[in-house]
Design a protein around this ligand. Structure first.
Ligand SMILES: Cc1cc2nc3c(=O)[nH]c(=O)nc-3n(C[C@H](O)[C@H](O)[C@H](O)COP(=O)(O)OP(=O)(O)OC[C@H]3O[C@@H](n4cnc5c(N)ncnc54)[C@H](O)[C@@H]3O)c2cc1C
Length: 419
């Protein structure tokens, strides 16, 4: 067993055994599950990052707790690999999968690496795709000016900038991550503007009656929520018309969003000057690797797997975590990972198992200003019925065509929102 922390300098490695692409929660869960049953089988973990183990949901809670990226690391990639007896190829990117020869092509993920342009190959007996999903940056949000909070390294750079004192941050997209990070930054003493196309946060998931309560709670906390607006442009302000103090700030242009797709009146466009912009505008899965391997892939939801085995349609290739979709739905939550990983481990090791039984996890917003909990598969549109409605609590059920409950949302105003 060897633990390498950089791209392999030899042109070919012939590790074989089980190869896992991706060292997020999904990849590490698979390693834990395999090692719980088999201490010997060779495992190679390939990842574009350092492989450090951390709990990603903490990224929307850490800034107010004054935690840096390194505080969040539970074990470095090297230490975790040693403990699990895994060969770690960190800072290494898989660029191609040949499913016929069962070989992967690798390059260094570090541009400064002298072997950056070299390729290496590695063979696998069983391959697990745990490559996650990456943030979507609409054209109006240039990647070089805009942050995301989908990875600890990028989060660490943002956290360092924000640690220098109170700043104004615009967050684009009020889904779960955007709404959570907004509260976290507010609690850390920053001025926060949260902008969304819809009138209220979480509008793609919950009915208007429920989201109106979330919008009210967010605003009453002091977050400047701009609902019903689209950001059309973000540029670095260099023009001293903006005033000397504002040079270097980011200029966010936004205008009312016409959900019917009609052009909005340019006169109504407004500008916000902020120190940072965070994009929280959704995730997408890169189809290049699965497509190269002949793995069935859905551009909207990710890699398609067979529900009880988590096998893809290509021999000896499995998928787990944010990159995979099950029963036609992407499932980008932590809770199901342990059971998914256990099934993959048993299937790979040839052990008897009853198969993965997918149950949508409970969804819980981590905000303190309002408690939002959903079960089932909530979606904005549909036949939502109120079962409880008081000032403190709202409970609604989503009924399917047979009047069966397919989702429930419970919203409560906590007694002490600042606890
Ligand atoms: C801010 C935030 C808060 C969240 N909060 C919650 C929560 O409260 N509850 C909850 O259930 N879920 C939450 N989630 C979702 C949850 O964290 C994710 O579902 C989970 O972490 C996904 O893990 P993953 O391993 O599938 O993907 P990732 O963590 O994205 O890992 C993918 C890995 O693949 C590697 N990789 C990608 N492509 C390649 C390649 N070509 N070659 C080599 N390596 C590659 C990457 O370097 C990375 O190591 C949150 C997510 C975010 C972003």
């Amino acid at each position: 067993m060897s633990t390498e922390t950089t791209f392999p300098s030899t042109m070919a490695t012939d590790a074989k055994g089980i190869v896992i692409i991706g060292a997020g929660l999904a990849g590490w869960h698979v390693i834990d599950a395999i090692r719980a049953k088999d201490k010997e089988v060779p495992i190679t973990l390939i990842t574009t990052d350092s492989g450090d183990r951390y709990h990603k949901p903490m990224l929307t809670m850490a800034i107010s707790q004054n935690k840096s990226a390194s505080d969040l690391v539970r074990a470095t990639g090297t230490d975790a690999a040693k403990a699990a007896q895994v060969t770690l190829l960190a800072n290494t990117q898989v660029t191609d999968i040949d499913a016929t020869t069962q070989q992967l092509q690798l390059v260094s993920a570090l541009r400064s690496d002298p072997v950056y342009t070299n390729y290496a190959t590695i063979s696998y007996d069983k391959l697990v795709l745990a490559m996650g999903a990456h943030p979507i940056f609409p054209k109006s949000l240039p990647e070089d000016l805009v942050w995301h909070v989908n990875h600890i390294e990028r989060f660490g750079q943002l956290q360092e900038k924000l640690a220098t004192g109170s700043q104004h941050v615009a967050i684009i997209g009020a889904g779960m991550v955007g709404t959570e990070i907004a509260e976290d930054l507010l609690k850390a003493g920053h001025e926060v503007t949260l902008i969304d196309l819809n009138d209220a946060p979480l509008s793609q998931m919950l009915p208007a009656k429920a989201t109106a309560r979330i919008a009210a709670a967010v605003k009453s906390q002091g977050i400047n929520f701009l609902g019903g607006y689209q950001v059309t442009d973000v540029i670095r302000s260099s023009d001293d018309n903006e005033g000397e103090n504002n040079i270097g700030k980011l200029q966010v242009s936004y205008e009312p969003f016409a959900s019917n797709g009609e052009d909005t009146d340019a006169q109504t466009s407004e500008i916000l000057l902020v120190d940072h912009v965070i994009a929280s505008t959704g995730l997408t899965v890169d189809g290049k690797l699965p497509t190269a391997a002949g793995v069935e892939f859905n551009r909207r939801t990710g890699i398609v797997v067979d529900a009880p085995t988590l096998r893809t349609n290509t021999d000896n290739i499995y998928a787990i975590g944010d990159c995979m979709s099950i029963n036609g739905v992407a499932c980008r939550y932590v809770a199901p990972l342990r059971a998914q990983a256990a099934t993959i481990a048993d299937d790979i090791l040839g052990l008897e198992h009853s198969g993965y039984d997918h149950k949508p996890p409970m969804i819980r917003l981590k905000n303190k200003a309002i408690s939002v909990m959903a079960t089932g598969v909530p979606q904005a549109a549909g036949n939502w019925q109120v079962t409880t409605e008081t000032d403190e609590e709202l409970i609604m059920n989503l009924l399917d065509d047979n009047d069966e409950v397919s989702a429930t949302v419970t919203i409560k105003v906590p007694a002490n929102p600042n606890a």
